[in-house]
Structure formats: structure tokens, C-alpha cells
Design a protein around this ligand. Structure first.
Ligand SMILES: Nc1ncnc2c1ncn2[C@@H]1O[C@H](COP(=O)(O)OP(=O)(O)OP(=O)(O)O)[C@@H](O)[C@H]1O
Length: 304
């Protein structure tokens, strides 16, 4: 699989503050790359630099294997569609008319308009004035604009912002379908872990301008460490007994939390508790949630 976006040591300074620090991103062909981070982490700034809308302070950006410079920028970005911030439209014109204006600017044939309207499921509303569109329809029209010309790469900055749950679901399904159905690579940003979890195959997590995780979503899930939660009738005494055995544990919500043990070891400690007349009433396996991992990586509680 080739790399569609590679950044090396990418930095952006605003005033005296470095807002994007030494970013080495790798977005491989055919993935949905979820670019996740708390508000103000530097996601939009990074995407704008990739799209040539902001000038990097340092570092390089390669798209489709070619390092982007002022001479080749336009020819490379011809194959990139984007949705950055809420797009504005002519409200007195229809969806199709708005798309016609963009397709002319992009040098794309008119017949592509019906194709993109179909992908975003707006074909039945194309003759309606955009001023009468719902927020979700406007956002889908934004995606349609990005899809004009059948780009190989889509860069979408928080495309579900401002949408209701049904709109979010629809946008998410659309984005997920793009690599398989149209062979596109998608980089999509969000501050919502649950959204990236449901949409992306690969994840880059940015915190205060720094990349703190980059790998497949499944690798992120593997980081969630299993632990054993035990509920007894006397947790205080149980902690002392386990402590004597060299087993460290902490109490949380009425449970003793032990790091994952082999089954025979755990069985040994449980029978020891029985021998010491401590009733064991629950034994459960738990996994650290993705939210906990996100918190560890970024030091910021995640919004769901
Ligand atoms: N043009 C600018 N001039 C000065 N500071 C800026 C500019 N653009 C962004 N910043 C600052 O850079 C930091 C990163 O902003 P950015 O918009 O990239 O974050 P983000 O991760 O996209 O967050 P959000 O989800 O809130 O949009 C913020 O502290 C922001 O205030």
C-alpha cells in the first residue's frame, strides 16, 4: 500500500507559539484516516497546510508520493477534494446550480454533477433552493462539491459538526463507503473519539500540536489493557491479604481491580480469600475503555 500523504517534521507557528510540532503523518492508500484531537489541538491547521491554504513554518508535505512545492501544488491538488469549515453557498440558487458554479471553477464536466448528487443522496432535492436546505443537506452538498472531479484523496475537517444524530449517521456511512466504492483515500478530522472509532480504519491522535499516536484502529483497541475486577464482602481485609501475597490492587466503585492474571493464579488467590473467610461475590474481566486511553495519550477528557 503506497502512502498518499506523508508529512515530515511539519510545524506551524502562529505568533510566538508553535501550534503544530514536528508532525510525521502517514496516510496510506485506501484508508479512512481519522485525525483525532481535542479542540485547538491543531487539526484544521494541519489540514490547511496539506491543502496549501496555510504555509508551513518548517517541514515537508508529500501528496501522492510527490513533495508539494509552489510549482507543482496546483497540479497535485487537482486530485484532492476537501471540505474545510462550513462551506457557504448561494442560498437563492438550487443545489445543482451551486454545484455547476463549482464544477466550472474546477474545470469539471457538468455531467459529474448528477453523479456526485447521487453519491450524497441529494438527487431528489437538486432543484430546491439551498436556502431551504437543512444543515445536514448543506453538509452533504459540501461533500458533493468535494467529490466533483472524482478526486483520489478527500480531506474533510469535522464534516459532522452541527449535524443531528441522523445526519451524523448518514455522513459517517457515506464516508465509510468511499474507499470501497470509489477507491478513494479519506482523511477526516474529529474531536469525537466515538465518531473516529466508527468511521476510521487508521488513526492519528494529535494533542497540543504533537502526534501522540498513529496506527491502525485495531492497534489502538489492543492498547486497552484487560484487568480483573473482584467484589468481596470485605474489600479492606481482601486488599491486605492480597498485599501480603505481593498482588497489588486498588479499589474502585466497590471492586478490587487487579492487573490481568493467569487463570490458575487468580483461582489460587480466590481460594485463599475463601480460606480467610472473605466472601467473593463477583469476578469480572474489564478492559480499559478507549476513552481512558485517549485521556492517557492527550491528558484531555474526551467528548463522546
Ligand atoms: N490564523 C491563526 N492565527 C493565530 N492562531 C491560530 C490561527 N489558526 C489557528 N490558530 C491557533 O492554533 C491552534 C490550533 O488551531 P486549530 O484550528 O488547528 O485546532 P483544531 O484541532 O482544528 O481545533 P478545533 O476542533 O477547535 O477547530 C489554536 O490554539 C488556534 O487558536
Amino acid at each position: 500500500m503506497s502512502d498518499i500523504i506523508t508529512t515530515t517534521g511539519l510545524c506551524k507557528q502562529y505568533g510566538k507559539v508553535l501550534r503544530v510540532k514536528d508532525l510525521d503523518l502517514k496516510v496510506q492508500e485506501g484508508v479512512v484516516y481519522g485525525f483525532l484531537g481535542p479542540n485547538g489541538a491543531g487539526k484544521s491547521t494541519t489540514m490547511k497546510m496539506i491543502l496549501g491554504l496555510a504555509r508551513p513554518t518548517a517541514g515537508t508535505i508529500a501528496v501522492f508520493g510527490k513533495e508539494v512545492n509552489s510549482r507543482n501544488r496546483l497540479s497535485i491538488l487537482k486530485d484532492v477534494g476537501s471540505l474545510i469549515e462550513s462551506p457557504s453557498y448561494y442560498g437563492h440558487l438550487t443545489g445543482a446550480e451551486n454545484l455547476r458554479i463549482i464544477s466550472t471553477l474546477k474545470g469539471v464536466q457538468d455531467k459529474d454533477i448528477d453523479r456526485v448528487l447521487q453519491i450524497v443522496r441529494l438527487e431528489n432535492h437538486k432543484e430546491k433552493k439551498v436556502g431551504q436546505y437543512s444543515m445536514g443537506m448543506k453538509q452533504r452538498l459540501g461533500l458533493a462539491c468535494a467529490l466533483l472531479g472524482n478526486p483520489k484523496l478527500l480531506i474533510l475537517d469535522e464534516p459532522t459538526n452541527g449535524l443531528d444524530p441522523a445526519g451524523i449517521q448518514e455522513m459517517r456511512e457515506l464516508i465509510c463507503s468511499l474507499p470501497q466504492q470509489y477507491g478513494m483515500t479519506v482523511m477526516v478530522s474529529s474531536h469525537l473519539l466515538s465518531e473516529i472509532d466508527q468511521m476510521a480504519t487508521n488513526v492519528g491522535i494529535i494533542s497540543r500540536g504533537e502526534l501522540v499516536f498513529q496506527d491502525s484502529l485495531s492497534t489502538l483497541h489492543e492498547k486497552s489493557r484487560p484487568s480483573i475486577a473482584v467484589r468481596t464482602l470485605n474489600n479492606e481485609a481482601a486488599v491486605k491479604i492480597l498485599d501480603e501475597q505481593g498482588v497489588s490492587c486498588r479499589t474502585q466503585d466497590g471492586y478490587l481491580l487487579l492487573s490481568k492474571l493467569a487463570d490458575n493464579e487468580l483461582a489460587g488467590y480466590i481460594s485463599l480469600l475463601f480460606d480467610r473467610h472473605i466472601g467473593v461475590v463477583r469476578i469480572e474481566e474489564r478492559r480499559e475503555s478507549l476513552e481512558d486511553i485517549f485521556l492517557e495519550l492527550t491528558g484531555t477528557a474526551v467528548s463522546l
